[in-house]
Design a protein. Structure first.
Length: 96
């Protein structure tokens, strides 16, 4: 049984993902806008928390700000996949 090679499969999946991205503009906007708005709020909460020259500097707050940046980065990367998984469930079940 002949199967498509790695490059052929990669190309087909890339074309499919590109078309889905182009067709689903609300999903694209949501996957970009939601993390941007959340990160804006977190930026306002932790504004200048890492300024070591400030008189009210606290190491715990500095660590909390860095932790929030790391968590925000991880959730920001996962957000589009989490939003799209219910829609792609049928494709996932058919392919596997």
């Amino acid at each position: 049984e002949a199967t498509a090679g790695f490059c052929g499969q990669l190309w087909a999946l890339s074309v499919r993902e590109g078309l889905n991205l182009w067709r689903n503009k609300p999903g694209l906007i949501a996957s970009v806008l939601i993390p941007a708005i959340l990160n804006f709020f977190f930026a306002m909460i932790f504004f200048q928390v890492g300024d070591i020259n400030a008189k009210d500097y606290d190491e715990n707050s500095h660590f909390g700000g860095m932790t929030q940046v790391a968590i925000g980065g991880m959730f920001g990367a996962a957000q589009p996949l989490l939003l799209r998984f219910p829609l792609d469930r049928g494709i996932f079940l058919r392919e596997y």
